[in-house]
Design a protein around this ligand. Structure first.
Ligand code: AHM
Ligand code: MG
Length: 334
């Protein structure tokens, strides 16, 4: 039996690998871990506590009903960032505008965090996996001042760390600081994340594809060709691939990271720019995908190189195993 390594120990041991090894990023990752345990606890109670379920009545900036648990998660993370002292501002999928923290300590924070507090929220009240996704950048504005929009609109290549928490059959935290990808499982009996998936590598190929196929006639010809290829015996396995679509990006991504596969949310007639948000969802998972040996593109262009223009910008999204991604992009290019 190998020694149990907690997330805390792992972060301390690997601190020297961090791009700016001053301890602040370590503390920030710990803040995220603590907030995610609070959210995990609340998610686990969701089916029991009636008043946590159901739409709160507000709509978020995307015009979707906001479930109470979204708000709970949003607030838990914002509080952790505001009090932690390493972060000068945040932007979240649930807030119209970014938030620049006002305290002197926060103004001296070197980082901004962009996050989706609870992704896959339509799955909350049916007891299906959901997740948190986060992305960390060094600020561009001078330390000692308030965070600016420019701090938030950095390309994904500038991320110093990114990760996700999956509230699934167990709670897992997976992250990268640009030196590979490591996964930790929350042991509820001791309340600690323990290293369970060291040096995660996405299989180069796979036979699982994830797409909302209800949109198949709403998307471009090249994508229909790729899906036909997945369903035919013409692919490299000689058997149809399996379709797997949870409808929670984090869960679909995590499965593909472990088993190999491709996730696709294309531009469709009803969502001409795609559905997923570049800053809160696509960039962090693209960083992880690439660090694990996979790819993430718009179908044509590398996600991490997009220069964001708006906080809530959306993009078509293809991510997964390298060879599957190359085949999908070849179909689109034809
Ligand atoms: P959300 O951030 O509002 O939860 O939306 C993002 C989710 C993804 O997790 C998921 O992959 C996708 O939306 C599902 O969308 P659809 O129901 O259109 O297939
Ligand atoms: Mg989301």
């Amino acid at each position: 039996m190998s020694k149990l390594i907690t997330l805390n120990e792992f972060i301390q041991t690997n601190q020297a690998d961090f791009p700016f090894a001053t301890g602040e990023l370590s503390r920030l990752l710990n803040d995220i871990a603590v907030a995610s345990k609070i959210v995990s606890r609340d998610v686990r109670k969701a089916g029991l506590v009636d008043h946590i379920l159901g739409a709160q009545g507000n709509q978020n900036v995307q015009g979707e009903d906001q479930q109470k648990l979204d708000v709970v998660a949003d607030e838990a993370f914002i509080k952790a960032f505001e009090q932690g002292g390493e972060v000068c501002g945040i932007a979240s999928e649930e807030n119209d505008d970014f938030v620049a923290f006002k305290s002197e300590q926060a103004k001296n924070g070197k980082y901004v965090v962009l996050f989706d507090p609870l992704d896959g929220s339509s799955n909350i009240d049916v007891n299906v996996s959901i997740g948190t996704i986060f992305s960390i950048y060094r600020r561009i504005s001078p330390v000692g001042t308030e965070a600016t929009l420019e701090d938030m609109l950095q390309p994904g290549t500038a991320q110093v760390a990114a990760g996700y928490v999956l509230y699934g059959s167990s709670t897992m935290l997976v992250y990268t600081t640009g030196k590979g990808v490591n996964g930790f499982t929350l042991d509820p009996s001791i309340g600690e994340y323990c290293l369970s998936h060291p040096s995660m590598k996405m299989p180069e190929n796979g036979r699982l594809y994830a797409m909302n196929e209800g949109n198949i006639f709403e998307c471009e010809e090249g994508l229909r060709k790729y899906i036909n290829y997945c369903q035919s015996r013409e692919n490299q396995t000689g058997m149809p691939y399996s379709g797997r679509y949870i409808g929670s990006l984090v869960a679909d991504f995590h499965r593909n990271l472990i088993k190999g596969g491709i996730y696709i949310y294309p531009d469709v007639l009803s969502a001409p720019e795609g559905k997923l948000r570049l800053l809160y969802e696509c960039n962090p998972l693209a960083f992880i995908a690439e660090q694990a040996g996979g790819l993430a593109t718009t179908g044509r262009k590398r996600i991490l190189e997009i220069k964001p223009e708006r906080l809530h910008q959306r993009t078509p999204y293809y991510t997964g195993s390298k060879l599957m991604m190359e085949k999908a992009m070849e179909c689109l290019a034809k």
